[in-house]
Design a protein around this ligand. Structure first.
Ligand code: UD1
Ligand code: CA
Length: 431
């Protein structure tokens, strides 16, 4: 098995139907661009992977995103969108001299998993194939390229919807747009593609017929879960893909021993891990990368915004928002609380309505606070960062804490209660 693989990701299209000033592949699911889901699926393959992204529309935005987040991704520009085959051809100079495998996929299919990609590559290897196409079966194949197989069930060619005969339109096996190529064998095809078809485009799909004409080995790998190929073209597609992604992950979590009380109102990013016997109550939105340990209770109505780690046995209750928070075991954050940029010890109790004030809107700085083990915070407290509260410190309800608190100390910061005898009676004129 070769240890290196290169991938070409097609992302030059505009995505007109998104009706957006943002290029399609930068639209997000769980705050992560579609393109990033695709690149991560490729990068997680058990190979050294190098990705080449074909950019065109809004190339600058995509390039800037990649520079910031995927330094090892290269880009090739397709100035005019003359078709998928033409798009791949733009990568030719970057692959000069390369003779390994090339995966081709699209930047708008965020549901494709590393597992399926890996099975696909293994199938390609086992069949000693020169070109393998990933296919799937759809009850309604309208719009997709159809997989035409010969008498021996070998993939003969791919015919686009607009070029298909009535008979070919009846075929329910479709092209997913994912390919595995032995580059040295197939690369020549990209110099020979023609655009004499219904759309006047250089079709990538024509490499199948080309390879067969050259008597190269062509194979078709049928992906069982056709939802993995779901592509995003519209906002409707984006909503559906988000639900497919989260439902898939909720199933996985339940299989691992996590209780999900209500699937319909629970959103958990697949980048969050959750331990056994943790219960997630309804209306919970968990975004980004987080670690939630076992035996925790989260929700109902909890928003976890990323970069949080919650240790064993914690309770994160209703109307609680967490961001960049590290919480040690058996700590309770039960009601109406915001914890942002904090490091909280074990067995801490955070009273209802506590706010970690972490942001200075003038300096735009974020600062963090630290609470030792067994700290108790009374209700309606503001902790203005940066603050360090020592072990066992106790904060009286209604306090605004702006200074560090020593261990074992009581800190209280509010007006002394006054009482005016018979004030109500006097007001009402009853002597
Ligand atoms: C393509 C396939 C079709 C397959 C379907 C799966 C071809 C000719 N057809 O059709 O068989 O069933 O995908 O979704 O390949 N792109 C570029 N540059 C271009 C044209 C397209 O980068 O010049 C990119 C698009 O941004 C998109 C991808 O390639 O990410 C697919 O292009 P699209 O036009 O959507 O192809 P389909 O017509 O869907
Ligand atoms: Ca299309």
């Amino acid at each position: 098995m070769d240890s290196e693989i290169k991938a070409i990701v097609l992302a030059a299209g505009k995505g007109t139907r998104m009706k957006s000033s943002l290029v399609k592949v930068l639209h997000e699911i769980f705050s992560k661009p579609l393109l990033a889901w695709v690149l991560d699926a490729l990068n997680n393959l058990p190979y050294k992977t190098e990705n080449i992204v074909i950019v065109g529309h809004c190339a600058q935005a995509v390039e800037e995103y990649l520079e910031k987040n995927y330094q090892n991704a290269k880009t090739a520009t397709q100035k005019e969108q003359l078709g998928t085959g033409h798009a791949v051809a733009q990568a030719l100079p970057l692959l000069e001299g390369y003779d390994g495998k090339v995966i081709i996929t699209c930047g708008d299919t965020p549901l494709l998993t590393t597992k399926t990609l890996n099975e696909f590559i293994q199938y390609h290897d086992e069949n000693k194939s020169d070109l393998t196409v990933m296919t799937t079966k759809f009850e309604n194949p309208f719009g997709y390229g159809r997989i035409i197989r010969d008498k021996n069930n070998q993939v003969e060619k791919i015919v686009e919807q607009k070029d298909a005969t009535e008979e070919e339109k009846l075929v329910d096996e479709v092209n997913t747009g994912v390919y595995c190529l032995e580059w040295s064998k197939i690369k020549q095809a990209f110099s020979e593609l023609k655009n004499n078809n219904a759309q006047g485009e250089y079709y990538l799909t024509d490499i199948v017929k080309w390879a067969n004409e050259k008597s190269l080995k062509v194979a078709g790998f049928v992906a069982k879960d056709s939802s993995e190929i779901y592509g995003i073209n519209s906002r409707q597609n984006l909503e559906i893909a988000t639900k497919i992604m989260k439902d898939r992950y909720l199933d996985e979590l339940m299989t691992q021993g996590v209780t999900i009380v209500d699937r319909a109102t629970t959103f958990i990013s697949p980048e969050t891990t959750i331990g056994e016997d943790t219960i997630i109550y309804p209306n919970t939105y968990i975004n980004g990368k987080n670690e939630i340990a076992k035996n925790c209770k989260v929700g109902p109505m909890t928003h976890i915004r990323g970069n949080c780690s919650i240790a064993e046995g914690c309770k994160i209750g209703n109307f609680v928002e967490l961001k960049n928070a590290k919480i040690a075991k058996k700590t309770n954050v039960c009601h109406l609380t915001y914890v942002g940029d904090a490091n909280i010890g074990e067995h801490v109790n955070i009273g209802a309505g506590t706010i970690f004030a972490n942001y200075n809107s003038i300096t735009k700085e974020k600062k963090s606070s630290t609470l030792g083990n067994n700290v108790s915070i009374g209700s309606n407290t503001v902790i203005v960062a940066p603050c360090v509260l020592g072990e066992n410190a106790f904060v009286g309800a209604g306090s605004v804490i702006t200074k560090d608190v020593e261990k074992d100390a009581l800190a209280i910061c509010r007006n002394v209660q006054k009482e005016y005898k018979n004030w109500v009676k006097l007001k009402k004129g009853e002597n």
